[in-house]
Design a protein. Structure first.
Length: 212
């Protein structure tokens, strides 16, 4: 199955070997506003934070101070990295906004938030999360499929969290609703290091979404 995308790296590079530099400068991370049940989710968020800072990537995320979102923001800040939060005013007013970010962008709506997160970022990672996480990664993939951008998108597949989603996407390919080339746009790895390496090697497909 295509979760094989998450296990096909014959040799993993050590963190210091990643060596990812420009042109990518900021990575957007979509992730749960809840912590989830497994400690591995927060652990993976801290590891991703470490890899981002080690490779001089800033973090862009939804601006909240809770769940996996709070874990990754705090871990990047603690490691000396930059964090840009983008939050709609309605959520800020509910006192969910992180108060100590490098920059907190307060916007009018969820639509404006996702658009600003996309503009600020050079690549997009989804970690375990719920509806919000799913819709954000699917929307940015959809924009990529329509060739509105050519930036890499990927899943950090902690403890097989996304295996069923990957199976569903293969089903969509098999049923003729998703082109294989577009399916391949969703990168996947079980480590932050491996995923960012795939980002560095990524080039967007040239295929048109629409069948001729
Ligand atoms: P979910 O996966 O449903 O927990 O939603 C998390 C994702 O949606 C994050 O990547 C955020 O961008 C956005 N989001 C959902 N709830 C919140 C919240 N309370 N505060 C900030 N962002 C949120």
């Amino acid at each position: 199955m295509s979760a094989g995308n998450c296990g096909n790296h014959a040799r993993r590079k050590s963190k210091s070997e990643v060596g990812l530099t420009a042109p990518m400068a900021r990575i957007c991370v979509y992730c749960g506003s809840n912590p989830g049940h497994r400690p591995s989710y927060a652990k993976a968020a801290r590891e991703l934070a470490e890899v981002l800072v080690a490779n001089k990537f800033g973090l862009v995320y939804g601006g909240a101070d809770k769940g996996i979102m709070g874990v990754i923001a705090n871990a990047v800040l603690a490691a000396g990295g930059e964090v840009h939060g983008v939050i709609p005013r309605a959520l800020q007013d509910k006192e969910m906004a992180h108060q100590s970010l490098t920059a907190l962008h307060v916007v009018a709506s969820m639509h404006e938030r996702k658009s600003m997160m996309a503009d600020l970022s050079d690549g997009f990672i989804a970690m375990p999360g719920g509806f919000g996480t799913l819709e954000e990664i699917v929307e940015i993939l959809t924009w990529g499929q329509l060739q509105f951008h050519r930036k890499p998108c990927g899943l950090l597949n902690v403890d097989g969290y996304f295996d069923d989603l990957l199976r569903y996407l293969d089903h969509a390919v098999g049923e003729g609703f998703l082109r294989p080339e577009n399916r391949q746009m969703l990168l996947c790895d079980v480590t932050a290091n491996g995923l960012l390496q795939q980002f560095a090697d990524y080039s967007a497909p040239l295929v048109e979404k629409w069948a001729t």
